[in-house]
Design a binder for this molecule. Structure first.
Ligand SMILES: C[S@@+](CC[C@H](N)C(=O)[O-])C[C@H]1O[C@@H](n2cnc3c(N)ncnc32)[C@H](O)[C@@H]1O
Length: 246
């Protein structure tokens, strides 16, 4: 059974195409029977057919709300060490980008349960889970993250206003050594989260911001690009370092 999507690659263009005929702005092309390594023409452009990576698929997913960017998602992976088999909870789902990234890290035998209270966004997340082929790993629930019941969690990620109000509940549901990672666009939100984490007994608390700068090289002149994504958000991490009695 061939993969559902193929990647059409040229130096200037990249399309993730579902099997069948697709219309691109350079022309239409039939990829029903395309195999990896085939060369296909659409209009004036020649494409190499390849297998889409998780990142190729994610970048074509529908965006319902402001998403956590890959530069921040990889920081969560780097700090926590999230990997195969982890049990995770995420909220709010938004477009599901962070939940999908974590799902990709914990597959094939881990789980991510992601909560979204808006029905339209929840539907978008379900579509995006299918697009990335993570149906067996990422579970989208329609509801308030404040009522999550999962326990013994290795990682909880929060990207909601008022995250400080969830910090205590998360702490009681973390596995020993488990992580909370909170994404806060504004510094006032970060301060509220961090102060609550300190009060609730989290250990090894750290806050960071990740800056990424792309460089351009044209005609023998090389320098950082003048425009780009500057601030996205602050990440605050903490771990359960104590025994907890409910
Ligand atoms: C900034 S978006 C999250 C984006 C997501 N991290 C991503 O990478 O795609 C925040 C989302 O949280 C949802 N939300 C806010 N408060 C919530 C709550 N208490 N429970 C569940 N979802 C909530 C909002 O509807 C919104 O879709």
């Amino acid at each position: 059974m061939p993969d559902e999507y193929v990647l059409l690659l040229s130096n200037e263009h990249r399309f993730v195409a579902k099997r069948g005929t697709i219309n691109t702005h350079v022309g239409s092309v039939d990829v029903s029977d395309a195999s990896y390594g085939d060369v296909i023409r659409a209009g004036d452009v020649t494409f190499l057919v390849a297998r889409p990576t998780f990142t190729d698929l994610l970048q074509t997913c529908r965006r319902a709300a402001q998403v956590v960017t890959l530069k921040d998602a990889v920081q969560i992976a780097a700090v926590t060490g999230v990997g195969r088999g982890w049990r995770c909870v995420d909220g709010g789902s938004g477009s599901g980008f962070l939940a999908l990234f974590i799902g990709h890290m914990v597959a094939p035998n881990g789980t991510v349960v992601t909560y979204e209270r808006r029905e339209d966004f929840h539907a978008t997340v379900q579509r995006n889970i299918q697009r990335c082929g993570l149906e067996d790993v990422v579970v989208a629930k329609h509801g308030d993250i404040a009522s999550f019941e999962e326990r013994d969690l290795d990682l909880v990620t929060l990207d909601v206003r008022g995250a400080e109000n969830l910090v205590a509940r998360v702490h009681r549901r973390l596995a020993p050594g488990g992580w909370l990672a909170v994404y806060s666009p504004q510094i006032e939100q970060q301060i509220a989260v961090r102060e609550t984490m300190e009060r609730e007994g989290y250990g090894r608390i750290v806050t960071m911001e990740t800056l990424r700068r792309t460089w351009q090289s044209r005609g023998g002149y090389t320098r950082p690009v003048t425009k780009g994504l500057l601030h996205t958000g602050f990440l605050t991490f903490g771990r359960r370092v104590t025994a907890i009695q409910e």
